[in-house]
Design a protein around this ligand. Sequence first.
Ligand SMILES: Cc1ncc(COP(=O)(O)O)c(C=O)c1O
Length: 443
Amino acid sequence: MQHRVEKSMQLFQRACELIPGGTQLISRRPSRFAYGVSPVYAERALGSRFWDVDGNEYIDWVSGIGAIILGYCDPIVDEAVQEQIAKGTMYSINHELEVELAEELVNTIPCAEMVRYAKGGGDACAIAVRIARGATGRDKILFCGYHGWHDWYLAANLQTDASLDSHLFPGIEPIGVPKCLAGTAVPFPYGDLEALGNALDDHRGEVAAVIMEPFRSALPPDGYLTDVAELVREHNVLLIFDEVSTGFRPHISGSQGMTGVTPDMAVFAKSISNGYSMGAVVGRRAVMEAASEMFISSTYWSDTIGLRAALTTLREVRRRNVPKVVHDIGTRLQAEVTAAAIEASLPARCEGLSFHPHLTFDVDDRQHHAQLSTLFIQEMAKRGCHGYTSFYLNAAQTSADIDHTVVAARESFGVMAQGLKQGRLGELLECQQHIESFRRLVR
Ligand SMILES: Cc1ncc(COP(=O)(O)O)c(C=O)c1O
């Protein structure tokens, strides 16, 4: 039988021979989707869609794992980048864009008085943590959420093997992380002010910073971030917001503009540059200035592609009022997908953040839950919608994309409801059961 993603699967087999783990990003592993049905390799993309190497077309509900905020191949960003390429992408000396982007960030982000750059979110977090340690002379970091792949973060699983379970996913072994880092990264649970207070007390005088995602799958509880900021300041500890996921969709200045809570430092990446590699660490002058005495240095951090892409993307996000655009699309999507589930008599809802809604299945059996998730991904892929059980929005998604997706969801929910009723969910799977993606905070 001809496989719908035959070429993708062949490529993945070749990749597994040559690339340990098969992919560079865990979120791109085919086991995260419907293995054997979902596409694994893209050939090209435009606007809200991509085409896989087998020629199938998809509406992309993953938006480049959040990096695509304006849409693929945005003409304005791409033209600006192409003009820049014609002038050279990097030089032996610096380029004015480095200062221009810093000015844009300082004018946009409440906590930003000084800026350093990086090429991705994990790198930017590592820089922020280094600066916090350097500025305070203390080693320990309290964290909540996902902050990339670096030693400082994975060290959390050295002392106990479950520290990252609810922030990343269970079972992460910190292989290759120096054991002497044990005890330097300490997790705290989201939404629990008392637990954070206890952690700060337990490690009094040793903590450089509290780094956290201000929110992830739902809005923060009322007053929570204000209370966190107050508590952290009382302990004379720095507060870092990792805004890699909250940057620019809820508000042009990320969570800070939305909640009014200003940390000491913040980290941005992904959507800052609409698909070009870029990251930024911003913060209060008094903290950031410490970096001038520290060795934090890399050749490509100030290449003009990332700088130009970020500057143009930020200006376009503001000019097109992208936060409102994605809020409106997401609100409609949530309502219509939930209505489709009700129509199909499937116990499911589409809820959460308007710019990144997710499905919840109201079933107690864990196996049924996992099967329903996989079946959804599988059936949606067959109907030209690529994604997890969530929808990451970008400004190129259209009303027609929503119409298509809601029809696909209604049909998929019909298949799932039948399977659930008849106890045949397993039989309906044409793929391996997908592996749960990063566990999201607050869920
Ligand atoms: C909140 C947060 N921090 C850090 C990262 C790591 O970013 P990158 O994959 O660009 O290194 C991510 C990526 O998903 C993220 O969501």
